[in-house]
Every structure is written in structure tokens, then in C-alpha cells.
Design a protein around this ligand. Sequence first.
Ligand SMILES: Nc1nc2c(ncn2[C@@H]2O[C@H](COP(=O)(O)OP(=O)(O)OP(=O)(O)O)[C@@H](O)[C@H]2O)c(=O)[nH]1
Ligand SMILES: [K+]
Ligand SMILES: [Mg+2]
Length: 366
Amino acid sequence: MGIVEKIQEIEREISRTQKNKATEYHLGLLKAKLAKYRQQLLEPASKGGAKGEGFDVLKSGDARVALVGFPSVGKSTFLSTVTNTESVAANYEFTTLTCIPGVIEYQGANIQLLDLPGIIEGASQGKGRGRQVISVAKTADLILMMLDATKGDVQRSLLETELESVGIRLNKPRPNLYFKRKNTGGIKFTQTTPLTHCNEKMIQTILHEYKIFNAEIVFREDSTVDEFIDVIQGNQVYLKCLYVYNKIDQLSLEEVDRLARLPHSVVISCEWNLNLDYMIQKIWEYLSLIRVYTKKPGNAPDLGPEDGIILRGGCTVEHCCHALHRTLASQFRYAIVWGTSTKFSPQRVGIHHVLDHEDVIQIVKK
Ligand SMILES: Nc1nc2c(ncn2[C@@H]2O[C@H](COP(=O)(O)OP(=O)(O)OP(=O)(O)O)[C@@H](O)[C@H]2O)c(=O)[nH]1
Ligand SMILES: [K+]
Ligand SMILES: [Mg+2]
């Protein structure tokens, strides 16, 4: 039995056991065991939970969103409020020890929301369950960095530093830079735009540091040295992030207003149910999901709340075909689209046409 199951079993036993004089000793023992196992889970490396016990949650739904933050900022309270899943919340740190999945239903989409243990400074070096949390965060389509609005700005930069140090880049586009190692030919450097941060010599020096002597590099924008290094390292993850300031019920209106104006930020109170609808709307927006309705010839499309399919923003008719049926793209002749993605409604389009939210599409096969 793994540690997580042992903990759950002890917790069950504690809740089953009546509190009285006769059980006092037994309960005390159970609590001590519980504390010991919890400690083991939080310890870095080797022992319990190092392999990510309790973190192997399958991806499901149309997108995955991960709650990352210091302990007791309200992550579990949020999950329990906006999904049908209950994740235990309490006013002590590290209440949550594993990954708890819930589902947000919005615009007909199922968005998987993951509650995670709190992380602390040093998480990236393995403090607490930091490593496991970070590796789950890397699999998400969007990070919700939850912050205690009463705690000042430093917590945000601490967390950002932790995530940066393990190669997570927040709200940054992937550098538009081509880099390919070669076996021969030396360093071939091309730029298609003026550069203000890098030059050929600096790039040579950096590459030598990595013992790379043969490679092809094309700078297509004015990238920084850091961005160039990121591309050589090649293990970065570029993620969208929403900064969620919780507990605004504790703040003055002026302070709430200041936080709300920060970029990529939302202010909420889980306790008072403030701004949660807006926050879900923001999640949808940041995931850039779209809903597309299909229509058969001669029939009106079904536009009910459960109809339509959920696709990623920027996706083409071809993606849509694949989402509908495995073989549809190969039988595709043309499509007719009603909606904002076309100049005219309806309009006949090809397989590479990019769809918009709430488009209606009719596919004509060969
Ligand atoms: N005032 C106030 N308290 C809140 C709010 N949301 C959560 N709390 C309280 O904050 C405490 C911590 O909440 P949790 O949901 O357990 O926090 P967590 O981030 O999941 O904590 P860990 O799992 O320990 O990392 C609890 O006592 C909650 O009742 C809020 O909007 N306002
Ligand atoms: K807590
Ligand atoms: Mg929690």
C-alpha cells in the first residue's frame, strides 16, 4: 500500500472512531501515524511519494488547468466552489497532499481543474512536494497562480522564480528562432531582422559553451540571449498563466482595484462568491477554446447548450474533421460555414480555413 492510501485509511479510521475516554489513546496514535506519513510525503527525494504518488491523474476533458500557489491561499476552496468535487480546505498549511481533479463545465466544454498541494520557496529543489506539483503544472494548458490578496506582491515573484528555474515560461510566446544541430558545416548564422540583443559573435560564444560547433541558426525576430539559451536547452514549456488574487473580502476597495488592474490578473473571493463567474469566463478566454456547431444539409443546426464540439482557437476545418470522425478529412470536398470566420455567411471554404467561436459548419464529402 502506498503512503497516500495509508493516509486515506487512517483518515477514514479517525472519522469512524467515536471520541471518548476509551478511544483517546487509539486516536492519539492514529493522529501521530497520520502526521508521520504526511511528513514522509512532504520530505524531498527517495522516500514516500518521490515518484509522484498521488499525482498520476489522467488528462480528460477539453483542456487542463492547474492551481498553483503557496499553502492556504484557497486553492481547494476554489475547486470545491466551482466544480462538483470536494477538496478538503482548512486553515492549516499543506491540507492538500495530492492532485485532486475536478471538472468545470462551461459553454459545453469540460475543463479539467487540478487542485494541488501548496508549494513553497525551494519547491523546484524538491522542498515539500514541489517537484511533483511542478511536473503536473507542466502538463497543463493554463496555470492559475493563486495568491492571497492580503499577502503582498513578493509571493508572486517568488513563485515566478520557482517556475522560471524549472523552465516554465509564463505568458511568453515561444521565441521565433530556428536552431538545428548538424554533424558538419560549422555554425551557419542567418538573421531576417535587425538584432539589438544578440550578434553572431555572442551566439558563437554561447554555442561553444555548449560544445556545439555545427548548427544552423535563424533569428526571425529580435530575440534576447535568454531566449536563445532557452531554445538551445530545448526543454522549456510555454504556458498561459492567470494570476488569481483570492480573499479580496479582506481588502479595501482601493487595493482590490489596484490588483484587478495588473496584467493577466483576476480578483476573487471564494468565501463571498465574488467575481467567480468572471474568473471562469477568463479561464475560457485564456484557454482560447471555441465551440463550433455542425449542420446536416437541409437541417437547421442544433444550437443547444450541449451541442457543438469544442476545439482549440486557431484550428482549421481539417482539425474539425478529425474531431468529428477519423476518416472525414480524407473524404473532404468542401465545407460551408456560417459565422464570423467568413466574409459572407454562408461561405464555401477549403480544408485550411480557420474557424471562429460559434461558427456553424456543414461538411460536403467527395
Ligand atoms: N477570507 C477568506 N478566506 C478564504 C477564502 N478562500 C479560502 N479561505 C480560507 O483559507 C483557508 C485555506 O483554504 P484552502 O482552500 O485549504 O487553501 P489551499 O490553498 O488549498 O491550502 P493547502 O492545500 O494547504 O495548500 C481556509 O481556512 C479557507 O476557509 C476567501 O475568499 N476569503
Ligand atoms: K490549507
Ligand atoms: Mg488545498
